[in-house]
Design a protein around this ligand. Structure first.
Ligand SMILES: [Zn+2]
Length: 117
């Protein structure tokens, strides 16, 4: 199957996809399992969706202790050098402050409202 064909199929299934996903946080893994594709193909589809202005790429910083999404950035170079997890601080976890090398950063995609032709 060609990439274009896959992408069209993906768009056709978009309504179903969004019923089962959070449109603000779409992970390659969600797309992969939804369309039953290899990870590489799912990633390619997400990148095509970015080029088509269907998705916006985001980089999420996750707390290594509780796995919560702490903050998200448009560009990797905007990621702060340190961060604090409010939840872990409230829970009095021994570690709630992290530096860049300890952060867990995952890419996700946000669905944009309008599809430009
Ligand atoms: Zn935390």
């Amino acid at each position: 199957m060609t990439t274009i064909k896959m992408f069209t199929q993906f768009l056709n299934k978009k309504a179903d996809l969004l019923e089962s996903l959070d449109p603000d946080r779409i992970y390659v893994e969600n797309v992969r399992s939804f369309l039953n594709l290899p990870t590489k193909a799912a990633k390619l589809l997400c990148e095509m969706a970015v080029k088509q202005r269907l998705f916006k790429k985001k980089h999420g910083v996750y707390c290594p202790t509780c796995d919560r999404l702490v903050k998200s950035f448009d560009n990797l170079d905007e990621v702060d050098s340190t961060f604090e997890c409010d939840v872990c601080r409230e829970l009095e976890e021994p570690q709630y402050q992290f530096n860049k090398s300890e952060m867990k950063i995952l890419t996700f995609y946000k669905l944009l409202d309008k599809i430009n032709d």
